[in-house]
Design a protein around this ligand. Structure first.
Ligand code: THU
Length: 137
């Protein structure tokens, strides 16, 4: 865990308190270090119409874009349990849209000691991304 991860963790913990997760009870916070040097955080936002819920990572990406950040340089996710809470498959693809393959994804569980650090390309190998569409315009 690098020094920046402490700052990212603090941001994720702060925003996780505002998670709207009455259906799963699984409160998640995510924090992004963006290319503008700022940190953008988000929490999960569930909905009574279950499929409409958003993950913390999705919220953090929206906050980044709305705040003027364009690219993800590092992202941390923090949720309940012993195991590190890694981004779901859908969020790995959303991160892929705004991050280079080597960008570190840091995952922690609130009740566990292990800090899992994996690159985007480790968590989403052989992935599809924006460059595949470049010649189609
Ligand atoms: N969730 C996240 O926000 N991020 C993750 O990395 C894993 C799952 C949310 C989605 C849903 O609101 C709840 O956790 C249970 O899946």
């Amino acid at each position: 865990m690098e020094a920046i991860d402490k700052t990212l963790l603090e941001a994720a913990m702060r925003v996780r308190k505002y998670a709207h997760a009455p259906y799963s009870g699984f409160h998640v916070g995510a924090a992004i270090l963006a290319d503008d040097g700022n940190i953008y955080a988000g929490c999960n936002v569930e909905n009574a119409a279950y499929p409409l819920g958003s993950c913390a990572e999705t919220s953090a990406i929206s906050a980044m874009l709305a705040g003027g950040g364009r690219r993800i340089k590092r992202i941390l996710t923090f949720g309940p349990g012993i195991e590190p809470v890694t981004p779901c498959g859908g969020c790995r693809q959303r991160i892929r849209e705004f991050a280079e393959p080597d960008v570190p994804i840091v995952s922690l569980g609130a009740d566990g000691g292990e800090v899992l650090v994996r690159s985007l390309k480790q968590l989403l190998p052989h992935s599809f991304g924006p460059e595949f569409l470049e010649d189609m315009k």
